[in-house]
Write a protein that binds this ligand. Structure first.
Ligand code: PEP
Length: 251
């Protein structure tokens, strides 16, 4: 039997306030249908407060898409983990491949952010995943292993960690990874986590990369897939709710 699934919606730099609030109202209206799934949404920073005001906190939780690796200071344009906590967040996405590629975020920086997030009582969703070139070179397992080990602080509270496997070639492309590839990498991540900590057996491992209503149920069935990190499909209430229904149906 699977434990409770976790489904996260990463809105990235999308939606205005009206659209965001409408989407949240739709999710909340349907919550009885997926109350056995843990749900979190990750709006842009400017919408966190307004979205938090609408959430009842029973089913849907709030998270930030990034945080700085220090708590306060002269860091123009940055947001700290404690600020996310203050505005109602329980989660933060760290090391997303878009940030690793565009902001050149390193494992070392991600590791510092994970530590400071845990200090602020936030659960980190640590993203790892190989590029298409790395996969074609047969390096998927080793790349993911290096990112994972490099991004987890030694003495972190493992109850405050979630891992998301997101192969870069599958993000926003509609080219979901195959069931076999997802199963292989998730099994490898589980072995690494179990080797790092006794609590590693219980850490939730999400899959992300073009999860849609049409493929969610098959992905959720895979051993060691504990849920999904959803980008594009989390912006449309019908699609996101349909993915949540698929999660709710998994036993
Ligand atoms: C993501 O960016 O984390 C993601 C999984 O995006 P998409 O679902 O659009 O592929």
């Amino acid at each position: 039997m699977k434990s409770r699934l976790f489904v996260a919606g990463n809105w990235k730099m999308n939606l205005d306030k009206n659209q965001a609030l409408q989407l949240v109202r739709e999710i909340e209206k349907n919550k009885e249908a997926f109350e056995n799934v843990d749900v979190a949404i990750f709006p842009p920073f400017t919408l966190l407060s307004a979205v938090n005001d609408l959430l009842t906190g029973e089913v849907c939780h709030l998270g930030g898409q990034n945080c700085h690796d220090e708590l306060v200071g002269a860091h123009t344009g940055e947001i700290s983990a404690s600020m996310l906590r203050d505005v109602g967040c329980d989660y933060v996405i760290l090391g997303h491949s878009e940030r690793r590629a565009n902001q050149l975020e390193t494992n070392e920086q991600v590791k510092k952010k994970v530590a400071i997030a845990a200090e602020s009582n936030l659960t980190s969703i640590i993203c790892v995943g190989e590029t298409l070139d790395e996969r074609n070179l047969g390096q998927a397992l080793s790349v993911v292993e290096k990112q994972l080990i490099g991004s987890i602080p030694v003495d972190v509270d493992y109850n405050k960690l979630i891992v998301a496997y997101e192969p870069v070639g599958a993000i926003g492309t509609g080219k979901t990874a195959t069931i076999n590839d997802i199963a292989e990498i998730h099994a490898h991540i589980r072995i690494i986590l179990s080797g790092l900590s006794l609590k590693g057996d219980n850490i939730c491992i999400l899959y992300g990369g073009s999860v849609k209503p049409v493929n969610a149920a098959d992905i959720f069935q895979i051993t060691d897939v504990g849920g999904a990190l959803v980008g594009g499909a989390s912006l449309l209430s019908r699609d996101f709710i349909s993915i949540l229904h698929a999660g709710a149906a998994i036993k």
